[in-house]
Write a protein that binds this ligand. Structure first.
Ligand code: SF4
Length: 455
């Protein structure tokens, strides 16, 4: 894929990432508990739909200056023991509402740093899940591991409770960049982590990188890419550094004089895409790359790829029930989010209440647009007949205005309106969020949130 920098410049506008539709900025504290109860009860009338469980483990021993995640910085190990007690309370309260025969198809530990937990705590969390849920034999169980404080014992514990996919943050191997972002992680540490997870039978390894960090140059980042490519991970997620100091004050440390210019940042993106492509990785879309034979690539070709809060996934028809502070859940027609601060999360559970903070109940139109945006981002095309059947309406008629508004994108070679379908070109993969925004009713209506730049 050749990356056209002029187009990247043109389309580098703020926009949602569409891990949900509508985006989480629409979730509201102003919801009726009775409505939430009714939707959860309806979602659990039967056991046909599988579950995807997410656990947010917020603790990190030190803050990386670029971080945009919801974290609690501490070196007090006992905090995670206490947190597991509360996760257990939450699981028990929620367990009363979930149909006992539903099966878990997917499990994910995110953070923060899930491997802040000791090996014993990892085993305890695994058993907490196994003793409360029916687990599918083909469970996809992923965990975000931090190579900096990982031990072989922790990897062994993760494998013992069924984890089979690992994702690790690398960001950049250059010592100067690492010092500037407050994250020292020599390449050998990353290599050791990959070795351990492979030794313990993990089937898939993902590496996260970030471009746009302080002191990065094309030459330095190429070295990082060469080094991590030598580890042959199955997937890469390469994110643009999102500078949002109004949300994350620690980012104020990353001042303009050390951040790469917009031009260099674009060159880094171009380098990344071209180099990963040349090494056998397919650009799935939205910062994600996977090997040709990887299940994500195959799912995209077979049009079974899904997109949700955990990014891309191969599991469709599942509801995401999430646990832990700030975690977001998604069932058929409802999203909800837990309290964002640890004391509030604990206080609700101490009072015997679920720690709900916000919710959003989808309208019928939201549901139509959620499906449309998801299929566009996953399949990289919209087949009008297939979409009409999926949504139970005349797709071309329903989206006549949106489809007619794509002239400029077609001229730029981002999309093609062919007979009976809209196709995202190879080049258009880079701008998938721009295309999706054309189907976002709230953006069309001018109700914009404040989002980071695309690149
Ligand atoms: S380890 Fe990850 S979650 Fe924790 S501060 Fe660093 S980037 Fe953020």
């Amino acid at each position: 894929m050749n990356v056209d920098l002029d187009l990247v410049r043109k389309f580098n506008v703020p926009g949602p990432r569409y891990t949900s539709y509508p985006p989480a900025t629409h979730f509201s504290e102003d919801f009726e508990q009775t409505d939430w109860d009714a939707h959860i009860a309806a979602n659990n009338e039967g056991a046909e739909r599988d579950l995807s469980l997410y656990f947010h483990l917020p603790f990190c021993e030190s803050l990386c200056w670029f971080c945009g995640c919801t974290t609690v910085i501490t070196t007090v190990q006992d905090k995670s023991r206490v947190y597991l007690d509360y996760l257990e309370k939450e699981m028990d309260l929620m367990g009363e509402k979930i149909h006992a025969d539903r099966q878990v198809a997917q499990l994910h530990l995110g953070g923060g740093t899930p491997t802040f937990l000791t090996a014993e705590e990892i085993l305890r969390l695994g058993k907490m899940v196994q003793s409360r849920f029916k687990i599918r034999p083909d469970l996809e169980a992923g965990v975000e591991v931090d190579p900096r404080r990982l031990t072989e014992e922790k990897v062994q514990a993760l494998a013992e409770v069924g984890f089979n996919r690992a994702s690790m943050g690398v960001q950049d191997n250059d010592p100067r960049v690492q010092e500037a972002i407050h994250r020292i992680q020599p390449f050998e540490m990353t290599a050791q982590t990959v070795q351990w997870v492979r030794d313990y039978g993990f089937e898939s390894v993902n590496i996260d990188l970030i471009y746009g960090l302080p002191h990065q140059t094309v030459k330095s980042f190429e070295k990082t890419l060469d080094e991590v490519l030598s580890l042959q991970p199955d997937r890469f997620a390469v994110f643009s550094y999102a500078h949002v100091p109004w949300i994350k004050p620690a980012q104020k440390i990353l001042t303009d004089d050390i951040l790469p210019s917009a031009e260099v940042k674009l060159e880094l993106l171009k380098l990344t895409i071209e180099k990963l492509n040349a090494n056998g990785y397919r650009y799935i879309g939205m910062d994600h790359f996977s090997r040709e034979e990887d299940e994500l690539t195959v799912a995209q070709q077979e049009k079974t790829l899904q997109r949700n809060f955990q990014g891309y996934s191969t599991k469709g028809g599942v509801d995401i029930y999430s646990y832990g502070m700030s975690s977001i859940s998604q069932a058929e027609d409802i999203y909800w989010q837990n309290k964002k601060e640890l004391p509030d999360y604990y206080a609700d559970l101490d009072a015997g209440r679920l720690p709900l903070s916000k919710a959003y109940i989808l309208t019928a139109e939201d549901g139509i647009r959620r499906q449309t945006i998801m299929r566009l981002m996953c399949d990289l095309e919209l087949d009008y007949a297939a979409m009409s059947e999926l949504l139970g309406l005349d797709f071309e008629k329903h989206f006549a205005v949106e489809l007619a508004s794509l002239d400029d994108l077609e001229v730029d070679g981002v999309v093609e309106r062919q007979a009976g379908k809209l196709v995202v070109t190879d080049l258009g993969r880079l701008f998938i969020r721009i295309i999706a925004m054309r189907f976002d009713e709230y953006l069309i209506a001018g109700k914009k949130g404040r989002f980071s730049q695309a690149i």
